[in-house]
Design a protein around this ligand. Structure first.
Ligand code: OSB
Ligand code: MG
Length: 369
């Protein structure tokens, strides 16, 4: 297929509820959507999961726009591409900037699947027709409110509950949740808020039978996590520290992690995500699909990836209505009793809802071969 046309939309969508992590609060979501077209008029869609500010990682919407416009589009525009796996090889000449790469690579995967009359799930080698999903819940300053929020999602059937923690909002919060929900699969995500000085405190979490603790230590660390894991019963899962298959190999070899959170954007695209999945499957390391508060386009990519067999643990990809009054795809992603049914239409399996998309578009850029 020849990449003939690329269109970028700068989007602004207000989330239904603010979402607070140890590093900041999200309310307005600024992000990019990208559409690719081939010589036959087929289209594919991708989403940049970079946030407005460099809190979670160094990438932002504007750095992604710069990388996509000035470096990545010139590599693919007008080029003949046989298979989307070639895209990550072409992009290897550019260091890092994984979320930027993933935006364009994801759109080309969708295009490839549509052109070959395959679902994206099938094109990736996925097998499931429905996926199990959990939910990620932000910091609630009022613990009674948090308990009620969790109760609502447990009643909706979500398969596991993840709560954010930070220093001063950790052991007591988890104790209260365990008291109220003794049997619910529960985990905590610290988004790098602790250091090895907090070992004694983190060890107290062992008594609550958490499925895992996600990224307790620095966002660029794999050494201290290995030291911490030796002293914790609770499995550590790395999120921020994993950007590639190589990072995955090193973290597993060191004993820094027992579970991997795969985010397509963070690892530079679906091809690398699949490599990490396959590597972990061979070593019986479970993986799950993380979320970046995506709109429907990114959410659809997550659903397709999660159909691969080693996505053993429920991910963070909840239904569209958890985040948005109106999503940019049709139909919207629906989670029912903790399952999302994998769509059967070709490519990502959901159509862009252009009316909604236009409403939330603040700028557009067009590129033609
Ligand atoms: O660490 O997984 C994370 C949201 C923003 C930034 C980082 C993270 C998160 C989430 C929510 O946990 C994931 C989602 O619901 O999409
Ligand atoms: Mg995380």
């Amino acid at each position: 297929m020849i990449i003939k046309e690329i269109n970028i939309r700068k989007m602004k969508m207000r989330m239904k509820h603010p979402f607070t992590t140890s590093f900041g609060t999200f309310q307005d979501k600024d992000f990019l959507l990208l559409e690719v077209k081939d010589e036959l008029g087929n289209t594919g869609w991708g989403e940049s999961v970079a946030f407005h500010s460099p809190w979670y990682s160094e990438e932002t919407l504007e750095t992604n726009l710069h990388m996509i416009r000035d470096f990545l589009i010139p590599i693919v525009l007008g080029r003949e591409i046989g298979h989307p796996d070639e895209v990550s090889e072409l992009f290897a000449a550019i260091r890092k900037n994984n979320m930027a790469k993933s935006t364009l690579e994801g759109a080309i995967w969708d295009l490839y699947a549509k052109r070959n009359k395959l679902t994206l799930a099938k094109a990736l080698g996925g097998e499931r027709d429905k996926i199990e999903v959990g939910i990620s819940i932000g910091i609630h300053e009022n613990i009674a409110n948090l308990v009620e929020t969790v109760r609502g999602f447990v009643e909706e059937g979500y398969k596991r509950i993840k709560v954010k923690i930070k220093p001063g909002y950790d052991v007591d919060v988890i104790r209260e949740l365990r008291k109220n929900f003794p049997d619910v699969p529960l985990m905590a995500d610290a988004n790098s808020a602790y250091t090895l000085d907090d070992i004694e405190l983190l060890k107290q979490l062992d008594e609550f039978n958490l499925t895992m603790i996600e990224q307790p230590l620095a966002s660029d660390d794999i050494i201290d996590h290995a030291k911490l894991q030796k002293q914790l019963k609770t499995p550590i899962c790395l999120d921020e520290s994993i950007h590639s298959l190589e990072d995955t190999r090193k973290a597993i070899e060191l004993g820094s992690t027992q579970i991997i959170n795969i985010k397509i954007g963070r690892v530079g695209g679906l091809t690398e995500a699949k490599k990490i999945h396959d590597y972990c499957m061979e070593r019986q390391i479970p993986v799950w699909c993380g979320g970046m508060l995506e709109s429907g386009i990114g959410r659809a990519h997550n659903v397709a990836l999660t159909t691969l067999p080693n996505f053993i643990l429920p991910g963070d990809t909840a239904g569209s209505s958890r985040y948005w009054e109106e999503d940019v795809i049709t139909p919207e992603v629906v989670a029912e009793d903790g399952y999302i049914t994998v769509p059967t239409a070709y490519g990502i399996g959901y159509e862009p809802n252009l009316k909604a998309m236009n409403k939330f578009t603040v700028d557009e850029l067009h590129f033609k071969a």
